[in-house]
Design a binder for this molecule. Sequence first.
Ligand code: GLN
Length: 236
Amino acid sequence: MIEHLTIVHILPGLLGSYGDVGNVLVLRHRAESRGIKVTIVNVHPGERVPASADLYVIGGGQGDEETCAAELLRRDTGLANAFQRGAPILAVCAGLQLLGEWFTDSGGNKVAGVGLLDLVTTRLRVRAVGDVLAEVTAIPDMPTLIGFENHLGATVLGPTSEPLAQVRHGVGNGAGEPVEGVAQGSVVGTYLHGPVLALNPALADHLLASVVGHLLPMDDERAEKFRSSRISRAQG
Ligand code: GLN
């Protein structure tokens, strides 16, 4: 059993829409509750992404921040090395988009992504905003995914990536098929804020378990209450 975990939070000052930092805090809380010590490494502009950490988190951000983050990360091999090693990476919204081949900025220009994921992102005609409910198809035994989307990007997946989930309510990737997010290698990508791991503790545990192996069960009544109230609201 691994006793210590290093989580890298990539560019939190640029990519942290709607409290996405909460994903890192949830991972820490759920690891520490199982007796696993956690170190969080925040990577800021000008710093290198460590290639040998256990888990990586990258959040959402608006247009200029997303373009700036893509430029910084294209020049850095740390994340690509971690991806090749199979280290789990959670990517949310702009984080998902910029790990792909390219995305479209607010001026309609194509911006090169980091190129880890087989996907491209064009633009929706109308911003997708609201609650999303989706059934996870890429990870077995995962309960319904719930979260909040707010994006203009429409993400088209290529043949070597697959959707994370099938949308039941909301827009998701917004490129024709009613699907949400992406799974490719060790990356779990989603459009969902919330933060997504606070609303979906099973997904947090999936990411942790892919590093530490078997996790002790955890009774987190508050998280479950929060989750069910948001599910009822989305269904209502
Ligand atoms: N700028 C991107 C979009 O609107 C990402 C938004 C976000 O990360 N919330 O699609």
